[in-house]
Design a protein around this ligand. Sequence first.
Ligand code: DC
Length: 210
Amino acid sequence: MNTDILTIAIDGPAASGKGTISRAIAAKFGLRHLDTGLLYRAVAACCARAKADPSDPEAAARIAQTLSPEDLNRADLRSAQTGRMASVVAAHPPVRAALLRWQRDFAVGAPGAVLDGRDIGTVVLPDARAKLFVTAEADVRAARRWRELSLKSDIAYRDVLRDIHERDERDAGRANAPMRRAENAATLDTTEMSIERAVDEAIRLIEAQV
Ligand code: DC
């Protein structure tokens, strides 16, 4: 990889703060940003639209292979249901294979990029110049996600917490590219941090690596 290109890998579980942190890091270093969860969410949403079974690896892979940039702008990608289905399609190896090139192609364009997801530091960009694993306690993550979702829909905190636990288990427990901290990634636990403090800490941890 061209060493002039700055690649930064940010991984972590749902609602850990990694999305906000990644956008702030991209702005700070003048890089492009790709929220790779959106790719899996788009595959899930396209499965639903096509009435394809998200637990069928071949059906989901066909959709992943023909995903277009416009699919990433669909309105329903951020819903809890789409997030849950995204975690299901993400467990299929052919879906992950179809999305791998997309992510790497995005990362190698000048001046570089911040990618956030679950397997960026371990699989997508193992040679990233800087790596961060952002985490927080499950109940704190559920409360954050609940506050976000409850603005748009009537959803109970306990359902969001159950969903977070199920998603953590599926994302970390799958055989192919499970969510885990890369050995050379810095860890940032945001449980007791405001988002402003988490962003400051993240910048400090990244600056120490680039
Ligand atoms: O970050 P998110 O909640 O938008 O991600 C939705 C799902 O997509 C997540 O539960 C697991 C999957 N995902 C993945 O497997 N690998 C990634 N790099 C990003 C997301």
